[in-house]
Design a protein around this ligand. Structure first.
Ligand SMILES: [Zn+2]
Length: 443
């Protein structure tokens, strides 16, 4: 997940750190051979009763893959691993070279994109109903993460350390593999299902942007997109479902599919958001994004497999498979509602401007921005803001939601002194913050 509007989630750095050579602590094995590609670590040592999602997360989030920065050798090994899982599940190759779809990583809007190429991994389960098989549902999860930073990292003091991205987004890929296995085991859905593990999400949704320009099934025949990004921290059953406003059929359909996994669902309407579903919704496809919320390890080296709720991933996958089956077998297409949520603005790729240091709680649906965390030592921390505070005022303006906060920050400059009003245990509290410089403070 790469939240382009969350303050503090973008870094301004002059260049990406060059990827260090792939250091492999595991047993080498020729997982697959590609010209110019070093051998990848075998998924060794994970067979002792490890469930499929645990095996997938632990492979992808191993230090040997060095944080899966798009275009890096570790990201390529991750892609080969997923291609093998798709093959095992019985999916047909949907890329340009087998399961792999080569994606240019240069970006017009993100100066931090590394250039060169990465790969999406695409597997196809052909539809079983001749009348519907020409239409498709895409189920996706991004495979890349931040490498060693610093771009995207929220731990500038730990620059150079491997950011393993177990929740972001090895967890979503593990769920994707489970959904593929489940649907491929039959009965096969009526419409075609295309499974995609995207590259380049963290550097600007590059893999999904490329896919919608070069889809396996034409976009006007793509009836829905289901995105899993950060689904590894289910904990107490609460799953956030974004995009429910993008089709009037979603809420009934999702609730029906949830009868079996029985998750507590927090519906959010917006179809535009900080992950790959945005690329599809921008093309008029109804979308859902499944998300188990932010946490203090988000975009930090501490996002490791030990914190992952593996049974939770299985339950999320059960829900997503159920939704996919229902969409795939409906005689009618879903009705799309356009323009729900705020479309990301061009140019958001460049980190700049004023910095506060708060982490929003995305489960909060009332007016204001509830803080799910405060970055230690940040301007917010120094001002005395706390986790659980609901920010309702910033300078002269009201803060109705996260977008209002983003706009408020953009209208200020580093060094500005700003009065901030929060609700703390129902009482209005005013604090004063001296805004930091995102470029300087985040490195
Ligand atoms: Zn992310």
């Amino acid at each position: 997940m790469s939240y382009p509007v969350v303050e503090g989630s973008r870094l301004h750095v002059s260049r990406l750190g060059s990827a260090a050579p792939l250091v492999v602590a595991l047993v080498f094995a020729p997982l697959a051979s590609l010209a110019g590609q070093a051998a990848c670590p075998a998924p060794a040592g994970l067979t002792g009763g490890a469930s499929q999602p645990e095996a997938t997360v632990r492979y992808l989030a191993d230090d040997a893959l060095e944080g899966r920065l798009a275009g890096s050798p570790g990201a390529h090994c991750a892609a080969l691993y997923v291609a093998d899982r798709f093959r095992e599940a019985g999916l047909e190759p949907g890329g340009t070279g087998g399961y792999l779809q080569t994606v240019p990583l240069a970006s017009a809007v993100n100066p931090h994109a590394p250039g060169g190429t990465g790969v999406n991994v695409v597997g196809v389960l052909p539809g079983s109903d001749p009348a519907l098989a020409g239409q498709a549902i895409v189920i996706g999860a991004h495979l890349d993460h931040l490498g060693r930073g610093p771009f995207g990292s929220l731990s500038p003091e730990r620059a150079g350390e491997i950011h393993n991205g177990a929740d972001d987004n090895a967890s979503g890929v593990a769920a994707l593999v489970l959904v593929a296995r489940r649907l491929a085991a039959g009965p096969h859905p009526g419409r075609t299902v295309v499974f995609v593990a995207f590259t380049g999400e963290e550097i600007g949704l590059l893999g999904s942007s490329f896919y919608v320009q070069h889809p396996s099934v034409p976009l006007d025949s793509t009836v829905a997109m289901l995105n899993m990004d950060m689904v590894g921290r289910l904990g107490h059953d609460r799953l956030i479902v974004y995009g429910v406003g993008t089709s009037p059929q979603w809420s009934d359909l999702v609730a029906d599919a949830d009868l079996s996994p029985g998750l507590e669902l927090a519906y959010q309407q917006a179809g535009f958001g900080p992950s790959d579903h945005t690329s599809f919704y921008g093309k008029g496809v109804p979308v859902l994004h499944f998300f188990t919320n932010l946490h203090q390890d988000y975009h930090r080296p501490s996002d490791d497999w030990q914190q992952i709720d593996f049974p939770g991933i299985i339950r999320v996958a059960e829900l997503v498979a159920g939704i996919a089956s229902r969409v795939a077998d409906r005689p009618e297409r879903l009705t799309v509602v356009q323009g729900v949520g705020h479309r990301p603005e061009a140019g958001e790729g460049g980190g700049y401007g004023a910095y506060l240091g708060t982490v929003p709680d995305f489960t909060f649906t009332e007016p204001g921005v509830r803080l799910g965390g405060v970055t230690g030592g940040s301007p917010a921390d120094r001002a005395g803001l706390r986790t659980g505070d609901v920010m309702i005022g910033f300078g002269d303006g009201e803060i109705s939601d996260l977008y209002a906060l983003t706009a408020a920050l953009r209208s200020h400059a580093p060094g500005d002194t700003v009065a901030i009003t929060v609700l703390r245990d129902g009482t209005e509290v005013r604090v004063t913050a001296v805004l930091g410089d995102r470029a300087r403070d985040r490195q």
